[in-house]
Design a protein around this ligand. Structure first.
Ligand code: FAD
Length: 295
């Protein structure tokens, strides 16, 4: 059982809780990206168990009337055991999802995984695209919701500008984030202001060069405002993505006008994810302590 204090950031230990949470979100026009918590497995059984659970999750989503995608971590489905294990599992998940019309996101982990992640993404995006785009749905904001694949890129990595130029010609979808991993200064911007500048520059490039398929994965009001300006300037479609429990009110408010997705983590391995969220900001920590102390 997940204690009530963690319920703000994690939607339960099993898929049923996560999908119930998605139902409530959908009721307020927010769509979902469901993530089974797990990373850096060095045991093939753990890898295959999570890959299987993702395929079952895709079936559950397809059987429901929910607006939900999934997001997987490369080291959760085998990257630490070898690129071929990761590729094999990812391909099976994406294939199952494409058959069922469910979109698959690939999270980006630390810089040692970037090449393998982008290579796998590119191959799958060329095969499965960024979602079915039939003539009838092409003009609707849901055109990416039916199958396809997307990947996350991190503004803190200096290589990302080059990567994004490469991705501009790939028919998938790209989530832009600032980057969650501590990286060495030789390869990464470590100062927050520099990361913000880079994030904005990446958004400018994407809104100018991408035909569509841009996801703004940020809670930062300044970056969201910039994305809206760029959307108005260039007409390029985009979606806003935020984490469960972070700026929830803003998510519902933005969903009245824009396409908003909430990243919804669930699973038995919720503790380290919850601690990361709680430690990230003083008010989160205060909230967690108050709940633990019962005040
Ligand atoms: P920050 O720079 O953390 O904050 C900027 C401003 O946003 C703050 O000043 C404040 O105004 C507002 N804000 C931020 N947090 C809060 C809060 N808790 N409450 C109120 N206001 C707040 N990282 C990866 O490395 N790989 C991934 O695959 C990945 N996927 C992600 C998917 C999604 C949907 C999201 C939202 C993030 C993902 N991240 C990922 C994490 C990301 O890299 C950042 O670490 C994280 O989002 C924090 O950066 P930020 O842009 O939200 O803003």
């Amino acid at each position: 059982m997940i204690p009530p204090v963690a319920n703000r950031f994690v939607a339960g230990e099993g898929p049923a809780g996560a999908l119930e949470h998605v139902r409530q979100l959908n009721g307020r026009d927010v769509k979902a990206i469901v993530n089974l918590l797990g990373e850096h497995y060095d045991d093939r059984e753990d890898v295959d168990a999570d890959a299987r659970e993702y395929r079952e999750l895709v079936e559950d989503i397809a059987r429901s009337d929910l607006e939900a995608t999934i997001s997987v971590k490369p080291t959760q489905i085998g990257l630490d055991l070898g690129e071929s294990v990761f590729r094999e599992n990812l391909e099976e998940i994406v294939e199952t999802a494409a058959d069922r019309g469910v979109f698959v996101w690939i999270d980006m982990e630390d810089h040692t995984t970037t090449d393998a992640t982008l290579d796998a993404y590119e191959e799958l995006a060329r095969a499965y695209g960024g979602g079915e785009r039939s003539a009838e749905t092409r003009s609707s904001s849901d055109r990416w919701a039916d199958g396809g694949v997307g990947v996350c890129v991190q503004a803190n990595l200096k290589r990302t500008r080059r990567d994004v130029e490469r991705l501009a010609d790939v028919p998938g979808k790209v989530r832009f984030v600032k980057g969650a991993y501590d990286e060495p200064s030789e390869i990464a911007y470590t100062d927050g202001e520099a990361v913000n500048r880079e994030y904005e520059a990446l958004l400018e490039f994407a809104f100018e060069q991408f035909e569509d398929g841009i996801a703004v994965g940020s809670h930062d009001p300044a970056m969201i405002e910039r994305a809206i300006e760029l959307h108005e300037e260039h007409g390029t479609d985009f979606e806003i993505q935020m984490l469960m429990g972070v700026r929830n009110d803003a998510q519902f408010e933005l969903a009245e006008e824009y396409e908003v997705y909430q990243y919804v983590p669930y699973g038995a391995r919720w503790k380290s994810y919850f601690y990361r969220r709680a430690m990230e900001r003083k008010e989160n920590l205060r909230f967690a302590l108050r709940a633990v102390l019962g005040r």
